[in-house]
Design a protein around this ligand. Structure first.
Ligand code: PMP
Length: 356
């Protein structure tokens, strides 16, 4: 029996995507070859890369000012690649610190210039999104993490920025409608809403480049990958293929509007169940609650242990919270069906009836 997968990432992918990906590994496009054993320069794979980029353009309604590239090295490589390319020698960048991933991004940026941390929610173990700060107009860019996978907080509104806005969207990309034209650069590791681990999507305004004033190693230079259509070296062919399938699936669902409505319904149901349950407490500030990673703790340690066992015996996986928050984290990414959320809610209610 297929489990109900609430894992934070690599996370659940749509079932039809998994089936098509499995078939492509056996026999790609009916060619009698596996997707894993063909040249990335073949016409068949070039069509995959083109479509994987075009679908991002369509879904985000990107103008020609933007480039779409697929890279390797995960979002963690972007933490350094971004300032390497965009933070000029002697320049400054602004960051908001909303958790472990923001912190990791800040640490890397400090190697390339001055980092102005304009706001932080560390004072409350990152359980909220800071508001009401100002962004220096002489910063090269302003960086936010739109969804904080570990702490379960998410920007509900994108802040106005006087300088180019950059976002790590690893854990909520394609989960809601956004005005992509407000961002100068977006990056995301694929392994939550987009595909398997191994591909990293970067969307950027081309006019940002060429201003860093330092030599940039070829593989770490965005321009290389733009010029070569993400094929300067061998791209991660399988992850890119699965990203393409997932992007097709997003359009089949009705695009971001439909996906957002579904995600909103799932999150509202789960938060309402947590709030009504005497045994559990949500950890994130109400107005900043993530629609992707729902964090909550149990009333006491014994209850936590019992609920852990209760859910894992009943086909739920990936519910354990990150060690820095404790308790539980239900990741309810795009591909997780409402029926899995309904099932978790039912188990929470049943458990409370027996144990409250
Ligand atoms: N940013 C966010 C918001 C994340 O959730 C993660 C990891 N899941 C990362 C960055 C790091 O991504 P990667 O493992 O692809 O380097």
């Amino acid at each position: 029996m297929k489990k109900h997968n609430f894992g934070a990432g690599p996370g659940i992918l749509p079932q039809p995507v998994l089936e098509q990906a499995a078939e492509a590994v056996r026999n790609f496009n009916g060619k009698g070859l596996s997707l894993l054993e063909i040249s990335h320069r073949s016409a068949d794979f070039e069509a995959v890369m083109d479509e994987a980029c075009d679908l991002v353009r369509r879904i985000f309604q990107l103008s020609d000012d933007y480039a779409v590239i697929y890279l390797q090295g995960g979002a963690s490589t972007q933490f350094a690649m971004l300032p390497f390319n965009l933070l000029p020698q002697g320049g400054k960048a602004a960051y908001v610190n909303t958790g472990a991933w923001s912190k990791a991004a800040i640490k890397e940026a400090k190697m390339f210039g001055t980092v102005d941390v304009v706001a932080s929610s560390e004072d409350k173990n990152f359980n909220y999104i800071p508001k009401g700060y100002s962004i220096p107009s002489d910063a090269a860019y302003f960086h936010i993490t739109t969804n904080n996978t570990i702490f379960g907080t998410e920007y509900q509104q994108i802040p106005d920025s006087p300088v180019p806005l950059v976002a790590d969207m690893s854990s909520n990309i394609f989960s809601r409608q956004i005005d992509a034209s407000r961002f100068s650069l977006i990056y995301a590791g694929a392994q939550k809403n987009l595909g398997p681990a191994g591909a990293t999507l970067v969307i950027l305004r081309k006019d940002l480049l060429g201003k860093a004033g330092r030599p940039i190693p070829t593989m770490l230079n965005y321009q290389t990958h733009i010029d070569k259509g993400s094929m300067y070296n061998t791209p991660p062919v399988f992850p890119v293929y699965v990203c393409m399938l997932t992007l097709r699936w997003i359009l089949e669902q009705g695009g971001l509007g439909a996906v957002e409505a579904q995600n909103k319904a799932k999150a509202e149901k789960l938060y309402a169940t947590i709030d009504a349950n005497p045994l559990f407490i949500g950890t994130a500030a109400q107005e900043d609650r993530s629609r992707m990673n729902v964090t909550f703790v149990a009333r006491d340690e014994e209850t936590e242990k019992q609920f852990s066992a209760y859910t894992s015996e009943r086909g739920i996986v990936g519910l354990k919270g990150h060690r820095s928050v404790g308790g539980f984290r239900a990741s309810i990414y795009n591909a997780l069906p409402l029926s899995s959320v309904d099932y978790l809610c039912q188990l929470m209610d049943e458990f409370a009836t027996v144990n409250a």
